[in-house]
Write a protein that binds this ligand. Sequence first.
Ligand code: FES
Ligand code: FES
Length: 152
Amino acid sequence: MKHSLVVNDKNYSVEADSDTPLLWVLRDHLQLNGTKFGCGEGLCGACTVLIDGNPVRSCSYPISSLKDQSVITIEGVDPEHPVVQAWKEIDVPQCGYCQSGQILSAVDLLDKTSNPTDEDVQSAMRNICRCGTYPEIKKAVELSTELKRKEA
Ligand code: FES
Ligand code: FES
């Protein structure tokens, strides 16, 4: 079946079974390989993308559920975004595998909360990092918030 979708502001049409997870459409059909496969069960967050500005675990999101919504993957995040700048400055990644999902979760947090509390950060940043970069992630979210404030 044909599915139309908008990813990173570009229109695509792909032929895929309706229950194909969005993750595999992004990776296998559109070659957007920055979105990663971790658990495949909606638990780890490695596959996080934004759909209409909300974080979604694309491994558990069938392509047929997309209805004229806009998908943002790591490839669509502005390199000048405060989150990306802070991630570089703090040098967060170790192996890097979980990081696209972490960054998209942080982008969502900052888009929705200009001055997140520790509780906000804890509840938004729930993606798993096997390398244990959680302290750096926390610092980078704090720095992103400062950078965003300076930009305003
Ligand atoms: S791969 Fe999607 S949540 Fe783990
Ligand atoms: S940086 Fe390696 S899993 Fe997070």
